[in-house]
Design a protein. Structure first.
Length: 90
């Protein structure tokens, strides 16, 4: 498992599920768009503080950004949890 790849992929996946551009997502996180872009391309390191900011902006617990999805069934279960959580926040 490549933790950096998993993290980057998950940030991108959750951001897109919310229908946010990198610019809009960066604003929601209080970070710069180029920083988000670099994270998603696995070009930057990240602090625990920024992991927390990103998770809060996505409406998820930080540990979810480190879960590797091995199968479509994993993604389906994750979709259901994410949709339920997002709906409750609205």
């Amino acid at each position: 498992m490549n933790v950096i790849h998993v993290f980057a992929s998950n940030v991108r996946m959750y951001r897109k599920r919310l229908g946010l551009s990198q610019e809009a997502f960066a604003e929601k996180c209080g970070l710069h768009r180029t920083y988000i872009s670099s994270l998603e391309r696995e070009k930057r390191s990240i602090s625990l503080k920024n992991i927390q900011l990103i998770a809060e902006a996505l409406g998820i617990e930080p540990y979810r950004l480190f879960i590797e999805h091995d199968s479509p069934a994993d993604l389906d279960a994750e979709d259901a949890l994410f949709a339920d959580r997002t709906h409750k926040q609205q």
